[in-house]
Design a protein around this ligand. Structure first.
Ligand code: ASP
Length: 335
């Protein structure tokens, strides 16, 4: 009788475990992509008519470009770069065209990218003439022996690599220029910095490779020469196939001091935390108690997605091969 009971229990156990395995198989997407277009004091009541739709449309377009690559078996690096190009080209976001201004009235951009399959990374900082800073970051990673290049050196390298170089006036957008002029007059830098329009993308491809990238104009009214977290690997961007990929947006100085992107990965690696738990702890506890405003988007090797932020809003969205998707702006839809 005892043996019968044991056999019965073993059968039940096998049946249960194959059942949960199936569930995990079904839920694990073949590929996934997540983006952000900046976090900050983004409130529904302050949105000009049509603006919300414009953001949603652009985020949809950007993610669709990345998804098409992933669907066809392309690499997560290609998906991240293509997605960020579209956001860099749009004056809606604080990256590429539409970048914010330094206190000297110039656009100085930062970007970085990381390949989670081999922990290679590339970044550019303080560049003023490279149309797509994210592509320059990728070329630093792939075609130089360095991780980070800055200012004229980075620009000359990008040109030699065949990237499009533009006059600094290309990045100007009326909206940002007018707010720069207003702030300069009223010394409102504090208020300006409550909106962070940086862009970022993390993707998981069909080969299980994770890539992450981030591109920005930095913070409005920053001192010229100031470099934020965006090009700092481990702060603004991080990717590791063993854990996750992360792209940050927010008050860069806090993100650098807290090594935010790597911290999330490290909590997963060393403590065995889930992505959701690690992301929430870093953004909504550690950063929040210090007054470090901002957020992150991230995904793990199983295609789980976390989009954590401690501001009233963050432009964000994701698509998974399973058909799940979403685009969101506010923390609460009614604020
Ligand atoms: N993190 C960026 C920086 O500090 C700004 C942003 O996310 O908007 O340069």
């Amino acid at each position: 009788m005892k043996t019968v009971k044991i056999i019965y229990a073993v059968i039940l156990l096998i049946a249960f475990s194959s059942c949960t395995e199936k569930k995990a198989e079904i839920e694990k997407p073949e590929y996934a992509i997540v983006i952000h277009g900046g976090a900050g004091t983004i409130l529904k009541k302050n949105m000009a008519p049509g603006k919300e739709a414009a953001y949603i449309e652009k985020m949809q377009e950007a993610m669709a470009a990345g998804e098409a690559i992933l669907k066809n078996g392309g690499s997560s690096l290609d998906a991240v770069e293509a997605t960020i190009h579209i956001m860099e080209d749009s004056p809606l976001f604080n990256a590429g065209k539409g970048a914010v201004y330094t206190e000297a009235g110039e656009n100085e951009m930062d970007a970085s990218i990381m390949d989670g399959s081999n922990l290679m990374a590339g970044a550019v900082a303080g560049v003023k003439t490279i149309k797509h800073p994210i592509s320059a970051a990728r070329l630093v990673m792939e075609n130089s022996k360095h991780v980070m290049m800055a200012r004229e050196g980075a620009e000359i390298f990008a040109e030699q690599q065949g990237l499009e170089i533009v006059d600094p006036s290309y990045f100007k957008s009326e909206r940002r220029w007018n707010s720069y002029l207003r702030m300069k007059e009223k010394q409102e830098a504090e208020e300006a910095n409550k909106k962070h329009g940086t862009v970022g993308c993390v993707a998981l491809d069909k080969n299980g490779n994770i890539a992450a990238g981030t591109s920005t104009g930095g913070m409005m009214m920053k001192m010229w020469g100031r470099i934020g977290d965006t090009p700092v690997i481990g702060a603004g961007t991080y990717a590791n196939n063993k854990t996750c990929g992360v792209s940050s947006t927010g008050h860069g100085e806090f993100f650098i001091r807290n090594v935010v992107a790597y911290d999330i990965s490290a909590l997963m690696e060393y403590k065995g935390w889930s992505l959701e738990k690690a992301a929430n702890y870093v953004v909504n506890e550690k950063l929040k108690t210090q007054g470090g405003e901002g957020g992150i988007v991230s995904l793990d090797k199983d295609g789980n997605i976390a989009m954590a932020f401690n501001t009233p809003g963050m432009y964000r969205g994701f698509i998974k091969s399973t058909g799940e998707s979403g685009i969101f702006i506010y923390e609460k839809e009614d604020n």
